[in-house]
Design a protein around this ligand. Sequence first.
Ligand code: CA
Ligand code: CA
Ligand code: CA
Length: 282
Amino acid sequence: MMRNLIAIGATMLMLFAAGWVQAGVCEIVNGSFEDDGPIDDIIAQEPNGWDVNMPSGKITGKTEASWSTDGNFSLLFSSQWFTAFAARDAGTVSQDVFLDDVNEITFDLKLDTYSGLGWDPNNATAVVMIDDEVVWEPNGASSDIRGEYTGQSYAVEDKYRDGEPHKLSFSLRINIDTEGGFFEFYRVWWDSIECVIYCDGGGFLAGDFNRDCYVDASDLQQAADVWLLEVESDDKHNLFRDDDLAGFGTINFFDLAILADNWLHRSYKEQQEVSAVEINGY
Ligand SMILES: [Ca+2]
Ligand SMILES: [Ca+2]
Ligand SMILES: [Ca+2]
């Protein structure tokens, strides 16, 4: 009996130890562009960790201190003026990363023109790419995309979880052919590029309202607080939405059933680890 209690106690300790949010930074090197200090020309000196690809004479790149969201420096791309461009000309930094355990890639950027005039996204834009495919860009519906875009994120798609490295790129990209160029410098600053890992890469389970990688009594309490109340459809407690009406839903047994399905479950990866412990020891 005593041995069993000790075993259960030990198991629970391990479960609790494994239960903390695993939010961390993956293997992006120098994602904040702090390693080198200022670099006048990233063609001449690549920022630590990054591969540089620039259309020479058309777009310049530097690390400098005029804007940053983490540390002192950021990466600045600037298109040159009165220079002929072809659509898809792009200044790019990239590095190969494994995305298997990554839930989100987060980053900050700022878009501005030199003259202070508007930035038409038909002329140029800033993009995040994986394997040269665009996975994020500013809202193209806007006729002026200048502004600070902090706390941006791209939710990594499952297709990139294949055990292979993928080329993650950050760019200033020209969108049109122009012989005469632009009477403008389009400038983008990138900073604070991170990989975020939740729940050992398994992501949050439905019903994990307080995002601690575990669906338990504290989440149930949140559901109880809004029980049978009408909430907006996108309310985080509204897990089941098929019975929503006109943008509003109710927190009822359909929602509770989804929460119950994940009750005391961990992310898929942690479940595997817990199973292994059970098979091996208890
Ligand atoms: Ca920085
Ligand atoms: Ca929770
Ligand atoms: Ca509902």
